[in-house]
Ligand binder design. Sequence first.
Ligand SMILES: Cc1ncc(COP(=O)(O)O)c(C=O)c1O
Length: 453
Amino acid sequence: MEIDIGEWGLSRRDQRLWLDGHDLTGLAERFGTPVHVVSASRLRARADEVLGAFTKYPGSAHIHFSYKTNSVAGVLRVLHDAGFGAEVVNGYELHLARRLGVPGDRIVFNGPNKTDAELHAAIDAGVGLLVVDHLEELTRVQSLARRSEQRVRIGLRVCPDISPRHMNASSLTGSRRNQFGLDLPGDEYSTALGRVASSDELELRGVMAHIGSGIHDLKSFERTVQTLLDLHVAAFDAGCSPDLIDIGGGLGTRLSRELTTFELLAYLGVARLPRLGRPGPMDLWARYAEAVCCAMVDGCERRGIALPDLVLEPGRAIVSDAQVLLLSVGAVRERPGAGHFALTDGGAMTVSMMFLSEVHAVLLANRIGSGSQRVDVFGALPSPMDVVYRNLDLPPLRVGDVLAVMDAGAYFTATSTNFGGPRPGVLLIDGDEVRWTRRPESYDDLLAVELDA
Ligand SMILES: Cc1ncc(COP(=O)(O)O)c(C=O)c1O
């Protein structure tokens, strides 16, 4: 089943795809490809939808956008202006959040292996929640806090051992086979609680878990809430006074999806590209908010405890469908008996590694075309891994065609590499205006770090 292009805010005029009143092919011609195009109005609409959905939480809900999903400053500015805080996972992201004017207490700092310098910067910035991932890190945070003579507000990340359904292993983060968080059967959490309760320099704000990315199994979020509430109660029993619960991010998107384990094996092994399938429900965010809020309210009532604040760190489901990646076809080839190939100016090694584990719609942007042909679409690198998709169904392609890779807002700019040279820029559409919000990298940008060039 084809997704209606209106779902991405697209329309066709004179056969060409338009987004927010702008001709995508025209943008490709004017600014060059590969190029990302992000819609400010779609970001704002999504932010309103999400913030609106969580007004149903009877306590306070705080939404911190996950910087690593898309750290383009212009995207982040729109989201902060709309009301989101920041969730950062390294020193650079913290630096960026400060540069964008995010107050320290609206920043959550995560990450499984922070350096002392990063921890120090987080303490210095007075982040609202410094999430400690393991016992060794707790020791370091404690000694840095002592030295800085500050009381540091920490969270404890736990491993709830929850694996949502229909996911491949590369998108799971909450199972005991992952490296994240304090182990519960191993008593690491209770050991951490004992240490925090008896420390003068640490204040436990709450317990945190993040179980994966691209999740549609809402029950797995409900189970996570129940586990976190049990651990919240255990924290009080140990003498701490937490005031929040942080359930991380992870919600999937409506118009693209993760490959399941079987699909991933079949795709990487024998190039069997699965179908995208029907779009997720229109009210996905409302359903997610309902599931999480009800689990919190019911869980607190059952345990006879006050409602803690609710912290969320979404990324993918905020930005994914607000951004499009445009690629140009530079060559088309046919190998009789082997297939049709199209060579574009970006693939998995250059513009996004996500092509390897997610299914996204790819549309012909400059014309409608007729008929359908299976085509392997590659990037420009001499690597068999530099693939957009194998076995895509598209009208027969021609040199000069422009392809629109949809749902390019999450983990695309974040995972693109310099393997193929300078990385593409990002155009921001805001009403009538279109401008670079991240310019394309230049040769000089790459040379700037080469001290012997
Ligand atoms: C700790 C943490 N929080 C939030 C996120 C954002 O997840 P998503 O983009 O799936 O919403 C991630 C991403 O992996 C993460 O590791």
